[in-house]
Design a protein around this ligand. Structure first.
Ligand SMILES: NC(=O)c1ccc[n+]([C@@H]2O[C@H](COP(=O)([O-])OP(=O)(O)OC[C@H]3O[C@@H](n4cnc5c(N)ncnc54)[C@H](OP(=O)(O)O)[C@@H]3O)[C@@H](O)[C@H]2O)c1
Length: 329
């Protein structure tokens, strides 16, 4: 099995390290817009080939699969190109800008018996079951506060008046697309589909959202989602039950989890785990789905249905807040 990487950012390196842990292999090839960056990335990851032309890379027979870690606006076009040429695709979140794009590409992948999945750590990391079990122990749940507020490393550039990709609507980015997606995965996974969603956002001059809040309304509970790229949370996500509280420090990695009972006793459910280790689980599932396509089809399709549901919720929140992004075609 040979795989290639599109993009040379830190997340692409973390994924390559995750694959090394899961499968013991280095990427075969990397695509960068510049040879220099491609070669630097190849030097760090052991990739044998560097491409600066995607059309050339997609014609390389030796490549079976591709991991896409480019800005969001390119996900649809690049995924389509590789699926059309018979390559399996794992694409960074959000997998596409619109749910209809995901549906189209998922159908294309299925018609060719290819795997097409979103790179989302929490759906593959076994710690998700630890949280599920902890939630069962805190009694009746009326509310939760699901938070992902992380001051962006690109914030100083934004303040200087630059237009970093992460705050540039032309790249289909912003806070909801970058961080809020994790809140949505978490809320849908543990509490299911809400009856109603209300949401607000605060937009930057660039047109992207700096932060947002969404409330998921259920007949018996309200779940509040908060996400920000312009402030740093020092607390964590909390799920409030009438017998105790489950605390999750990172909802993207699902680490540092504890259960605090009403008398104040704290039980550590899980400690921290390196990002590469967490990413190795999604890589492991991706390659397993490819190898055992028929045997894994139920599991794989479940992942896809979940990604589609998340994408629909993202579209709804964007609609409520006038966050209009499109994919590069
Ligand atoms: N799973 C996670 O924890 C996680 C964390 C961070 C990001 N992500 C996701 O990973 C993806 C990439 O995020 P990032 O922060 O790495 O993005 P980024 O730094 O803006 O771009 C990623 C790569 O794409 C290429 N690129 C940059 N600007 C481009 C442009 N205008 N046109 C074409 N290519 C361009 C660059 O590679 P070259 O210069 O070499 O071509 C760059 O290294 C996003 O979808 C994001 O949501 C996931």
């Amino acid at each position: 099995m040979k795989y290639a990487i599109i993009g040379t950012g830190w997340i692409a390196k973390a994924f390559a390290d995750g694959v090394k842990i899961a499968e013991g292999i280095s990427p075969f090839a990397v695509y960068s817009r510049t040879r220099e960056k491609g070669e630097e990335f190849a030097g760090k990851t052991g990739a044998e080939k560097v491409f600066t032309d995607l059309e050339e890379m997609v014609l390389c027979d030796e490549i079976d699969a591709v991991y896409i870690a480019s800005p969001n606006a390119f996900h649809y076009k690049q995924s389509k190109l590789f699926l059309e040429h018979g390559k399996h695709v794992i694409c960074e979140k959000p997998i596409t800008v619109c749910p209809s794009e995901f549906e189209e590409l998922f159908a294309l992948a299925k018609s060719k018996k290819l795997v097409y999945m979103e790179a989302i750590m929490m759906m593959h990391f076994p710690n998700r079951f630890l949280i599920e079990n902890a939630i069962k122990r805190i009694g009746k749940i009326f509310s939760a506060r699901v938070d992902f507020s992380q001051l962006s490393s690109k914030y100083p550039a934004l303040v200087r008046g630059e237009n970093p990709n992460i705050f540039n609507p032309e790249m289909a980015t912003g806070c909801l697309m970058d961080l809020g997606i994790y809140n949505i995965y978490f809320a849908l996974y543990y509490f299911g589909k809400p009856e109603k969603i209300t949401s607000t956002s605060l937009k930057l001059d660039t047109g992207a959202d700096a932060l947002g809040t969404a409330v998921f309304h259920y007949p018996d509970k309200q779940i509040t989602l908060t996400y920000s790229k312009v402030g740093q949370s020092r607390t964590a996500t909390e799920i409030y039950g009438d017998k105790g509280t489950v605390v999750v420090e990172s909802i993207s990695k699902l680490v540092n989890i504890s259960l605090i009972s009403n008398n104040g006793d704290m039980e550590i459910i899980a400690d921290d785990t390196e990002k590469e280790e967490v990413m190795s689980w999604e890589a492991k599932d991706f390659f397993r789905f490819i190898r055992d396509y028929d045997a894994c089809s139920d599991e794989y399709e479940k992942c896809a249905e979940f990604s589609l549901e998340v994408s629909r919720v993202m579209a709804e929140i964007r609609k409520q807040n006038g966050l209009n992004y499109t994919s590069v075609r």
